[in-house]
Design a protein around this ligand. Structure first.
Ligand SMILES: [Zn+2]
Ligand SMILES: [Zn+2]
Length: 212
């Protein structure tokens, strides 16, 4: 049984997720911790629960989702994976991080590239990868069919969708990613997004103003 722990980090109020199960192994998704109190909040939780981080995976590489990767990779000696099409997005972060006040941002090396269909395995658990571009060119999301949830990144939010005015963004591509990759999932599936509270596929199909 996968347990999901949410942390809200950095001035962008980004959701960082720990997914762990009864084996104690955990994966870290989109670690956006930046200052020492955020870093300690995450690592203290891991220590208190006796968890063993095994890998970091990202939905995409905008600044708010990548701030904690380098330091966590070093602390736990674990690999970091991303979709190849978001590597340029990651490489760009160091060029604009100081403009947002993140002078200590350290670019992490990508250890593996993840493709659509890839299964992420840890402990007794797994996630299946889908490709959902539009907010970022290499944006992916992770589905767990056993428990009916999606770690969705910045694609679909409660009553909203991801912005598409950043480099590599495209509004129509985003809309078709949501229609063709997310809205085909059962209505009961919970979507854990990159910002704000979780929602469900059924609620968004009915109420999301971008799909009226
Ligand atoms: Zn983003
Ligand atoms: Zn974000």
């Amino acid at each position: 049984m996968v347990q999901i722990q949410t942390f809200v980090f950095n001035p962008f109020s980004e959701n960082t997720y720990l997914l762990y199960d009864e084996t104690g192994e955990t994966i870290i998704i989109d670690p956006g911790c930046y200052d020492s109190s955020e870093y300690n909040e995450l690592t203290d939780f891991i220590a208190k629960k006796g968890l063993k981080p095994v890998q970091i995976i990202n939905t995409h590489a905008h600044i708010d989702h990548v701030l904690g990767i380098a330091v966590l990779k070093r602390k736990y000696n674990i690999p970091f994976s991303l979709h190849k099409l978001d590597e340029p997005v990651l490489k760009a972060v160091v060029t604009y991080a100081p403009n947002y006040g993140f002078n200590q941002f350290e670019e992490p090396a990508v250890d593996h590239f993840i493709n659509e269909g890839d299964v992420i395995k840890w402990g007794n658990s797994s996630l299946t990868t889908i490709f959902v571009p539009g907010h970022a060119p290499g944006h992916i999301a992770f589905i767990n069919d056993e428990q009916g949830f999606v770690i969705g990144g910045d694609v679909l939010f409660r009553m909203s969708i991801g912005r598409t005015d950043l480099p590599g963004g495209d509004h129509n591509t985003l809309l078709s990613s949501i229609r063709n990759k997310l809205f085909i999932l059962p209505d009961s599936y919970t979507v854990y997004a990159g910002h704000m509270e979780p929602t469900t596929i059924g609620f968004e199909k009915k109420n999301n103003p971008f799909f009226k």
